[in-house]
Write a protein that binds this ligand. Sequence first.
Ligand code: ZN
Length: 181
Amino acid sequence: MSNIAALMERNKAFASSGAWRNTPRLPFLPFNGLYIITCVDPRTDPADFLGIQFGDAIVARTLGGRVTPAVIRDLSYIGYLVEAKAPEGPYFEAAVIHHTDCGSRLLEDPELRHGFAQRAGYDEGELAALPATVPAETVRADVARLLDAPQVSTRTTISGHVYDTSTGLLQTVAEPARVGS
Ligand SMILES: [Zn+2]
């Protein structure tokens, strides 16, 4: 039996609960106006540490919670959808969250990094820039990257936070600011 098979029963329970009926007016306008970018780490699911519920937020998860060109593309697309389809808003607050004890830090090991670059054909220099070594610093860098991204709607707000895996607490390290401001 596959790992997903056990979840099919949970899906049936979800379907019969009817929770899926409570959708936002437009699916790209989540109830809380939030666009959360966080790590793929199983401990950093915002449904757990922020209590995000059905339809509350758009959630993007990447290695380390790092802002990649794909993250910028998706955030700018959703912002554009709001401008084009619901110009009255509400517009998004995007929250970038990095965390302590991140698995991306394993790439700080030159041997492991070299092996992965060789194995998968990635650029070793780019991989070296990936680890959230000091999450307060990498999250500020990624917030700055989004604030400066010309693709992202200037009606989007960006903030940055660090989640501490040893306490469960989230700390804000970059207060919300408007893109292009
Ligand atoms: Zn991580």
